[in-house]
Design a protein around this ligand. Structure first.
Ligand code: PRP
Ligand code: URA
Length: 212
């Protein structure tokens, strides 16, 4: 049996408090956005764990000593549009990261992913590390589609970061892409009949961009 990729559920009092603010339907976009960014920053810290390092020598004011630099090209790929809200969380740790865009939306009737825009870096995909980001992993259709697409472009190292996952989405990614670790703040109870995460936080894109 192929081993499942790790599922990391980040547990911390600040994460629990911030998730509660995001879940609250009374939270306006003006508060939703900075709280999402704060929570995403904590997740990003974990999502970037165990990146390869190369040794360098650094001269302190006292003497030369061993130091480290990140030894992989990091590429952040937000699934548009809601994934855009998670990009800054990664780039504040890796300012030199490249950013690719994958436009995928869920058809409201079929709940199946539809690709409408792709713009990825021209170099670095095959030996870099892609952080695929989207606040919600519901059926897993969008994430699996995005991961599959990235693999057709030669990407070999992919990590998926989201705020909230449904058990169904986790299972879909683990089944179809057992090499892709998932980093999340919560695995919620289930999906409802409209394939929304229960309890979830509603439509992440609408809440980030104020389009609800
Ligand atoms: C949401 C969310 C994910 C997708 C998750 O995007 O941001 O991309 O749904 O659902 P799935 O796991 O069932 O595929 P949406 O289609 O609402 O588009 P948006 O980001 O433009 O709001
Ligand atoms: N997309 C969202 O934004 N929220 C959900 O609960 C499911 C899909």
């Amino acid at each position: 049996m192929t081993p499942k990729a790790p599922l990391l559920i980040v547990e911390h009092p600040v994460v629990a408090r911030d998730l509660t603010i995001l879940r609250n339907k009374e939270t306006p976009s003006a508060v939703f956005r900075p709280v999402l960014n704060r929570l995403a920053t904590i997740l990003a810290y974990h999502a970037l764990d165990k990146l390869p390092l190369r040794e360098v020598t650094v001269q302190t004011p006292i003497q030369a000593t061993k130091g480290f630099e990140i030894d992989t090209q990091v590429i952040v790929v937000p699934i548009l549009r809601a994934g855009l809200g998670l990009v800054h969380a990664i780039t504040q740790f890796i300012p030199e990261a490249k950013i690719g865009h994958l436009g995928i939306y869920r058809d409201e009737t079929t709940h199946k992913p539809v690709e409408y825009y792709v713009n990825l870096p021209k170099t670095g995909l095959s030996d870099g590390t892609v952080l695929l980001v989207d606040p919600m992993l519901a059926t897993g259709g969008s994430a699996c589609d995005a991961i599959g697409y990235l693999k057709t472009k030669g990407v070999q190292k992919i990590r998926f970061m989201c705020l909230i996952a449904a058990p169904e989405g986790v299972e879909a990614v683990q089944q179809q892409h057992p090499d892709v670790p998932i980093i999340t703040a919560s695995v919620d109870e289930k999906l409802n009949e409209n394939a929304y995460i229960v309890p979830g936080l509603g439509d992440a894109g609408d809440r980030i961009f104020g389009t609800d």
